[in-house]
Every structure is written in C-alpha cells, then in structure tokens.
Write a protein that binds this ligand. Structure first.
Ligand code: NDP
Length: 292
C-alpha cells in the first residue's frame, strides 16, 4: 500500500502540471513540497470517468478496513483456536461504518474530503496507508491479544457505538434532506428552520444557500462529528483494554474532527459572512450544548 500510495501521489502531482482535469480548480503554493503533500488538483481524473480521489479514498481506503479485520479474525482463530466476541463486535461496527459509506456514496460527494480538499499525498497516502493501519488498530490488537470482557460490558459499549452511529447518520441525512427539499422539509415533526445565506463564486455571480438551524443542526453546529466521536470511543472501548494502541483510532479522529471544525468554520465565515454569524448566534455550541 505504501508503494501504491507514493506512486499515485506522484502521478497526481505530475498530472496537475502536465494534464490537469480542470485547470481552474488547481491550487499552487510557492512550495512544491507543500503542493505534493496537500495536493494541486481538486478532483483529478484519469480519462473522462476514473476519479482518483474517489477510487483511493472511497474504494481502496474503505474496503481495506474490513479485509484487515477479517485477516485478524483468521489470525486469532489460527493462533488461539477461537474468535472472541470482542473481535466479532469490532468487525461488525467497522462493516457498519464502511457499509454506510457504500449505501450513502452520493452523500460522500458533498463532504469536505471531496468538495474542498485538494488531492495529494495527505489524502492519497493517508487513505491507503495511515487510515487502514490506525483505524483497525483495535482488530489488530485483538488478533494478537484476545480479551474476554463480560457480556454486559460488551452490550453497553456496542449499544453506545450503535447510538453514536445513529446520531452520525441522522445528522448527516438531515442536512442533505433539508437542503434538497428547502421549505418543504420537516424535521422532528416540525417545518425545518433555515437561515437564507448567499455567497459569491469566482465568476462574480451571487448564489443562494440554506443553513439549517433546526433538528441536529439546531442542537449544535457539528452534531455529526459528535455522533462519529461517540461511535469511535465506544468502538475502542469494545476491546476492553486500556493499552494506548487500542485507543489511537479515537484519539486520531478527535484530532482530525477538531481541526476540521476550525478550518470549516473559518471557510464558512468567509463564504457566508453575516449569515454565518447569525447561525453562530442562533446555535452557539460547536459540539455539545452547555459544554463546548
Ligand atoms: P460536514 O458533513 O459537516 O460538511 C460541512 C459542510 O456542510 C460545510 O462546509 C457546509 O458546506 C455545510 N454546512 C455546515 N453547516 C451547515 C448547516 N447548518 N446547514 C446546511 N449546511 C451546512 O463535514 P465533513 O465533510 O467534514 O464530514 C462528513 C462526515 O464524515 C461527518 O459525519 C464526519 O464525522 C465524517 N468524517 C469522519 C472522519 C473520520 O476519520 N472518521 C474524517 C472526516 C469526516 P457548504 O459550503 O455547502 O455550505
């Protein structure tokens, strides 16, 4: 995967100079090292339809999590002659997260990864090498060191992970649904509430957008991240170990989402100006009301 990650990152870097898919979407800094790392093209394609970002981030990067989990199950069985419940539950949670991605693939196209982050080593190598290794650290640990937490403990941690997942999915769905239906949308039994925002595109045209401020998006400005974090910490807790390596996934997701929250809010403030300030006034909490 390292070879593939470095090779595709290099291809993407050279392609941006030689034959960019959309010249206007290229972003150059003064440093080639920075450009290699953060990417130049937004959505590079090979030919007309083969989208490099979707292929590496979405397809290879996501699929490999479950393959690594199955390998660790096989390893545990081969070494210890059994597969522990904790490893089965961790694998089920990964399958749920990855399966969700495939069922909701169209939604992924509107996320920051696809819509805003340029394609370079950070996304390519990160999805192919770093994410599969770090995100499956619980299954890798369990493959080598089986744990046997009590059934009650497993039920609580697994149940909490499912609740986190439900919140993550519901918040993400509400945003897409409300923007699609506009004033026709109903959330939690009531008409959806919006702030009407506008922004200028590079061609100087004013465009309209909607900021949802009811449902999960009225509860906090990043409820989808909160659901993801509950899911991540509960998933690590299923292992039943305090070893640092088991928790690296949740700690890394915390750092990624905290950083995303700050950079996305900066971008939103620049894009929507007063409408964004109004949203922050109506929904003052970033993550959990009363805390943060
Ligand atoms: P979001 O799905 O939250 O998308 C942010 C965008 O949504 C903003 O840029 C803005 O786009 C729009 N938006 C923000 N607030 C509102 C609002 N109130 N009403 C309507 N639109 C709004 O962020 P991400 O793309 O970062 O994350 C997508 C999902 O993926 C999340 O659930 C996250 O947890 C998960 N994720 C998981 C990671 C992991 O490693 N486990 C890493 C990254 C993401 P616009 O410009 O269109 O207004």
């Amino acid at each position: 995967m390292n070879v593939v990650g470095w090779t595709i990152s290099s291809v993407a870097f050279i392609k941006a100079y030689v034959s960019p898919s959309h010249r206007d979407d290229c972003k150059f800094s003064r440093s080639s090292i920075y450009d290699f790392h953060m990417g130049i093209e937004l959505n590079p394609r090979l030919g007309k339809d083969f989208d490099l970002k979707l292929f590496t981030n979405g397809h290879l990067g996501m699929m490999i999590w479950t393959l690594i989990d199955f390998s660790n199950m096989a390893f545990q069985y081969q070494t210890y002659g059994r597969i522990d419940k904790s490893l089965i539950l961790v694998t089920i949670l990964h399958i749920l997260y990855v399966g969700d991605f495939y069922v909701n693939e169209a939604w992924y196209l509107s996320t920051i990864d696809i819509a805003h982050d340029h394609y370079g080593f950070y996304l390519c190598w990160g999805s192919l090498v770093f994410l599969p290794v770090v995100y499956t650290s619980q299954a890798q640990y369990l493959g080598m060191h089986p744990t046997s937490p009590s059934d009650a403990y497993l039920a609580i941690t697994f149940g909490t992970a499912l609740l986190g997942y439900a919140m993550f999915r519901a918040a993400n769905d509400q945003k897409g649904y409300a923007r699609r239906l506009g004033n026709q949308a109903r959330i939690w039994g009531k008409p959806a509430e919006f702030i009407h925002a506008s922004y200028l595109t590079l061609d100087g045209k004013a465009r309209a957008s909607l900021l949802l401020c009811s449902g999960w998006w009225g509860w906090s400005r990043h409820a989808n991240y909160v659901g993801d974090l509950i899911f991540s910490y509960s998933l690590c807790a299923v292992v039943g170990s305090t070893k640092l390596v088991v928790w690296t996934y949740a700690m890394f997701v915390t750092a990624v989402l905290a950083h995303r929250c700050l950079r996305d809010e900066k971008r939103m403030s620049a894009k929507y100006g007063a409408a964004w300030d109004e949203y922050c006034r109506r929904v003052p909490w970033r993550f959990v009301p009363g805390i943060l």
